[in-house]
Design a protein around this ligand. Structure first.
Ligand code: G4P
Length: 525
């Protein structure tokens, strides 16, 4: 196969959802279709349950599981599909944001009864920022939920994207009969089953056959619904989907493996193969022969006595080969990898080569990699698009063991490189502030510092509202601002200026007083 053919058959995507909507179940069903697993129940949930917040072993176990399920590759109808898993727990949302930079499209799972939930809304914002093509799977049609039309309105409104149903449920809950495939004009009749795959039948919507299969009332309703759909929604336009403006919507029940094949078949037909990626220097196209890629995730080893990491690299162009020298751009070092891993189903295996669109895991025992690092065949490139977002929670971190200052320093630095949380150094008092998305991250940091670095830390509360990256075209004004807000100015780990606003009011006042300063809630602007 040529490089071009290898790239065109790749589909790299993530499934995102609010916890419990059915992400894990859907992932598993997709793997079943690809023959990557043979029985349901084989995929372990990668969610850190809320009850686990103080159960360290549980967290460690879950971290282990998430390595195994970080990337799941499988073959389906000549396509090479890579599913990137994202942590379900909202305290790890930052990890999910970064994973979204490594995918070419996204499937959003929504619970038919709950509709759009908080986490989904936030993740969709990230997709919108990058114009990532999005498909929506409305799950749990075997349960009673919202009226599908109301739900479509809600999706449009809450996710701020146009929608177009491509399958349609026939009734729901106990009366759920199946889904009609608008796209293919066929009908799949519902038979609850966790293991088997339902066959669909081609059907003329106006024929008596429909009434025989689903009953007169539901047949009538379906005809009316379809008429309304065709009246209200434009015909599906693939170009709008690819530009991230339109989301096709599918209905089904992941648990019963229903409506999933329709989703997958449409997915391979329309989802994009690897796309061009922007670097600071230029646009990099996947079919370019030279290898390039970036680190979007770093996973530490669970065993504290053998502290090595796996850096997950998304290949942006060309072909990656084992035992070949590549340039680590940030350090300027040449590196080669004797045991890069790829991920098939839930197995990690050493690979000799991988192509643009694929993810390779590179073992790193020396803390060489940092989130956002670029690797290339030699060209000096820096990939963009791995922003940090303003954390939600902030705490001062202090050394609790004076004999272990160095260990603490090193531990904090490496954990930040791994992207566990964000570090800001207050320029006024020199104190270190850790910013996270959720409380659980503080607990993980403290635990890991102690067990992996032999360092003790202590948290001290600091009441902050947001971290804003500041810039201005007017250098004098920026200096003025920094002087006036001295107590609230900090530097991030890349030495950028960050304003730590302690309330929404304070931020509003700063905006008013300094109209020439731009305040950003993410580090890339
Ligand atoms: P998540 O990864 O998005 O957090 O969700 P997950 O797949 O773990 O699903 C959450 C719960 O919803 C699970 O039940 C799962 O069995 C159930 N579920 C998923 N899809 C469907 C569906 O189509 N219909 C129905 N009725 N339920 C569905 P649980 O009780 O939390 O876990 P488990 O004990 O079943 O594993």
């Amino acid at each position: 196969m040529t490089l071009q053919e290898e790239i065109e058959r790749r589909r790299t995507f993530a499934i995102i959802s609010h916890p419990d909507a059915g992400k894990t179940t859907l992932t598993e069903k997709l793997l079943l279709f690809g023959g990557a697993i043979h029985v349901a129940g084989a995929v372990k949930s990668n969610k850190i349950k809320k009850t686990a917040t103080s159960d360290w072993m549980e967290i460690e176990k879950q971290r282990g599981i998430s390595v195994a399920t970080s990337v799941m590759g499988f073959e389906y109808e000549h396509f090479k599909i890579n599913i990137l898993d994202t942590p379900g727990h909202e305290d790890f949302a930052e990890d999910t944001f970064r994973t979204l930079t490594a995918v070419d499209s996204v499937i959003i799972v929504v619970d038919i009864a709950k509709g759009v939930e908080k986490q989904t809304r936030r993740l969709m914002e990230v997709c919108r920022m990058r114009n990532t093509p999005v498909m929506i799977f409305v799950n749990k049609t075997d349960r009673n939920g919202k009226n599908p039309f109301d739900l479509l309105d809600e999706l449009e409104e809450e996710l701020k994207i146009k929608v177009r149903p491509l399958t349609w449920p026939i009734n729901q809950g106990e009366k759920f009969k199946g889904v009609y495939n608008i796209h293919k004009e066929s009908l799949s009749l519902y038979r609850p089953s966790k293991q088997t795959v339902t066959e669909s039948i081609e059907i003329d919507i106006d024929s008596k056959e429909l009434d025989e299969h689903v009953g007169e009332d539901d047949a009538k309703q379906l005809r009316e619904d379809l008429e309304l759909i065709n009246g209200v929604y434009d015909t599906f336009d693939k170009a709008d989907y690819l530009s991230g403006e339109l989301a096709p919507v599918f209905f089904g029940s992941a648990l019963n493996n229903f409506g999933v094949k329709e989703l997958l078949d449409c997915f391979i037909e329309i989802a994009p193969c690897p796309r061009a990626v922007l670097s600071e220097e230029r646009e990099v196209r996947p079919e370019e022969p030279s290898f390039s890629g970036f680190v979007f995730k770093i996973h530490a080893n669970m065993d504290p006595n053998h502290r090595s990491c796996i850096a997950f690299v998304k290949i942006c162009s060309g072909k990656f080969e084992r035992n070949t020298n590549y340039q680590h751009i940030r350090s300027g070092r040449q590196m080669k990898f004797s045991s890069p891993t790829a991920f098939m189903a839930q197995k990690k295996e050493v690979v000799d080569e991988a192509y643009a669109g694929d993810i390779v895991g590179l073992p790193d025992s020396g803390g060489t990699f940092k989130i956002g690092d670029t690797l290339t065949s030699g060209e000096n490139l820096h990939f963009k698009g791995l922003p940090s977002f303003s954390p939600e929670l902030f705490k001062y971190i202090d050394n609790a063991d004076p004999m272990k200052a160095k260990q603490l320093e090193k531990g904090v630095r490496q954990l930040m490189d791994e992207g566990v949380a964000q570090l800001f150094v207050n320029q006024f008092n020199g104190r270190k502030i850790i910013g996270t998305v959720g409380q659980l991250q503080f607990e993980v940091i403290q635990y890991r510092l102690e067990h992996e670095y032999n360092a003790l830390c202590r948290w001290e509360p600091v009441s902050l509202y947001k971290a804003c990256w500041v810039e201005s075209d007017d250098a004098v004004e920026l200096e003025n601002f920094k002087r006036r807000k001295m107590q609230y100015m900090a530097k991030d780990t890349s030495d950028r200026d960050v304003f730590l606003a302690d309330s929404g009011y304070m931020l509003q006042m700063a905006r008013q007083d300094f109209p020439k300063i731009r305040f950003h809630f993410s580090s890339e602007f």
